[in-house]
Design a protein around this ligand. Sequence first.
Ligand SMILES: *Cc1c(COP(=O)(O)O)cnc(C)c1O
Length: 455
Amino acid sequence: MEFKTGLGWNLKTSLIEKDLKYIWHPFTQMKDCEELPPILIERAKGLKLYDDKGDFYYDTISSWWCNVHGHNHPRIKKAIKTQIDSLEHVLFAGFTHKPAIELAERLTSITPKNLTRVFFSDNGSTAVETALKMSFQYWQNTGEKKKTKFISLDRGYHGDTIGAMSVSGVSMFNEVFSPLLFRSFKAPSPYCYRCPVGKNSHTCDIECAGQLENILRKKSKETAAIILEPLVMASGGMIIYPAAYLKAAAALAKRYNVHLILDEVATGFGRTGEMFACDYAKGIEPDFICLSKGITSGYLPLGATLTTESVYNAFYNDYIKKKTFYHGHTYTANPISIAAALASLDIFEEENTLEKMKDLAELFHKGLEEFRSLPVAGDVRYIGMIGAIELVKDKKRKTPFGFEERKGFEIYKRGLKKRLILRPLGNVIYLFLPLCAKKRELACILDTTRQTLAS
Ligand SMILES: *Cc1c(COP(=O)(O)O)cnc(C)c1O
């Protein structure tokens, strides 16, 4: 096979040939690989991913929003090695283990106080499915049989399984599956750059929460829960919204007697500058929080769904009462994954990660502000170590690039030549950085990103 790269990639051709012969990559039009074959990565350290020639790429998207403390961290590696010497896996029904007990205790101590119970799974979609099913069955168990629907945001994303897709926004990715999905009520997203109620930052009074309330007013009696990504709608284009919206949604959930499910799969574990994005809305009491991605700092798969004593108690009864939660996943609470998660939490404490990150985030935000003058930069938004640039054709009119123009893909290819991973979300280019980035790495990444967008 011949590759039309023309980009001068250093290919281990035979391996890449085999990759393309045997592997079907996720979220990938495999035909694009003719032009741009996958890049072979052999090792990684800190923020750097090294290819087979020893050249590096900056891991500007934290290996799909997972990596927190950098690659090849001695503390996490050691924890994994130690755990593997004693227990690699055991069924989690009828059996338990010390790492799981410790992690459950620690997770309940760092999330909102009303969350007291932890249900483990093995990825983000399963953490979400668990919350949806628990909320649904809660209302069945408590006799409110009509509460079977969910409210979600029209640009939200909660995973690729059928239930998670059903509560995600309708997009190019899931449109084809729409006959399979259950109906959920969609509220307009608090998308400030393209405000659904035509306000701007000076005139905003979180009117968009009123649209959520309109749905609740009509539908709360048939609604089990509202599901949201707190503060950052990540896959929807790194849409960052004010904590006031989250507070308003939490208050509405209480007032209208529906659960609030917070999907912190992308935002959890320091990415936004606080341990969890919901910490920006102090005092809110979600009924569920879904965690995954950063939980093991990107070393191994793990998911967790936290909930309240009240939800737990609605399932707690004599076996013959049929209140049991019949749900689980084979690799639930895998001990090696959990050992990585515990080590990651230790690092947060020992290295004072969140405190140290403050200066870094400030520099990051300052650097991003300078992007505003770029002709293609319609919007620049950021929080913590997440920054995004929404590309437009015409800044005044906010005209997006057309689907067929593949502007994001073009920038992605340009970025790779400069050793950056600027993986686009439609017309949005973003940086989603590990919390351990060094100042000079950050400066280099910002500089190169700006050059890439300007050229
Ligand atoms: C990635 C993501 C998921 C899905 O997680 P997977 O591990 O890919 O299944 C769910 N919710 C949010 C907010 C995500 O960003």
